[in-house]
Design a protein around this ligand. Structure first.
Ligand SMILES: NC(=O)c1ccc[n+]([C@@H]2O[C@H](COP(=O)([O-])OP(=O)(O)OC[C@H]3O[C@@H](n4cnc5c(N)ncnc54)[C@H](OP(=O)(O)O)[C@@H]3O)[C@@H](O)[C@H]2O)c1
Length: 201
């Protein structure tokens, strides 16, 4: 169908997620009067709740990215589809041999062999207490990409900097138990990650 005869100008797919809800808020606040926009997703109840929270009167459309037909119908109904459906990235980055160690009096805790899941924005690893494995594949840090800076090219590769690294509640509980303290809380900011990728040998 010609673009000008389609039902919607913009459809937001993935609107029920974290990034999608922020995008929906921007559309609700700033879309020009007369813009025909709609919210799309796979869960009608969540879409209805979102629409209510936004206080807008826009159509709700069904679309599931695992259902090709629903995507075709969605695309045919609008001039533009904008999507925040995740995860964009799937897989794992294994940092074998990586780690850090924490010491207090006669207790040493080592966090080693970090594995980053960019889809879940989480870093897991092995926890050692005084040389003994206390937990494997423990959830250690959450990775908040909202502070991420654009990828920078450098002479021999690229630098990705700015992900805020925070202690998970699970890690905070484990460390508090091991060190006999209540000083740590989930969400504690550990630092800002910098990833350097060398592309030249
Ligand atoms: N959050 C951040 O700070 C951030 C920063 C940079 C990049 N990202 C990336 O952005 C992506 C989205 O992040 P997010 O935090 O917004 O994720 P999220 O809160 O988990 O939202 C994911 C969205 O995708 C939808 N979805 C998942 N599978 C679907 C399917 N089969 N069909 C239709 N919709 C589907 C979910 O719908 P339901 O509600 O029905 O589950 C939800 O609306 C992720 O890949 C993440 O890595 C996030």
């Amino acid at each position: 169908m010609p673009l000008e005869r389609r039902d919607h100008d913009v459809v937001l797919l993935g609107a029920t997620g974290f990034t999608g809800a922020l995008t929906a808020q921007q559309l609700a606040r700033h879309a020009d009067e007369g813009t025909r926009w709609a919210l799309a997703g796979r869960n009608r109840g969540k879409l209805e709740a979102l629409r209510e929270s936004l206080g807008v009167d826009v159509p709700l459309l069904h679309a599931d990215v695992t259902d090709e037909g629903s995507l075709r119908d969605l695309a045919a109904s609008t001039r533009v589809v904008t999507t925040t459906v995740g995860p964009y990235v799937q897989g794992e980055i294994n940092h074998d041999g990586s780690g850090l160690s924490l010491e207090s009096d006669d207790t040493t805790v080592a966090l080693t062999d970090f594995v980053v899941d960019p889809g879940d924005s989480e870093l897991t690893g092995t926890v050692w207490a005084n040389g003994e494995i206390a937990e494997e594949e423990a959830s250690l840090f959450s990775l908040d990409g909202r502070t991420l800076e654009p990828l920078r090219s450098v002479d021999d590769g690229a630098v990705l900097e700015g992900t805020t690294v925070r202690l998970t509640q699970e890690a905070a509980d484990l460390l508090n138990d091991t060190f006999g303290t209540d000083a740590l809380e989930g969400g504690f900011e550990v630092g800002v990650a910098k990833i350097v990728v060398r592309t030249e040998p």
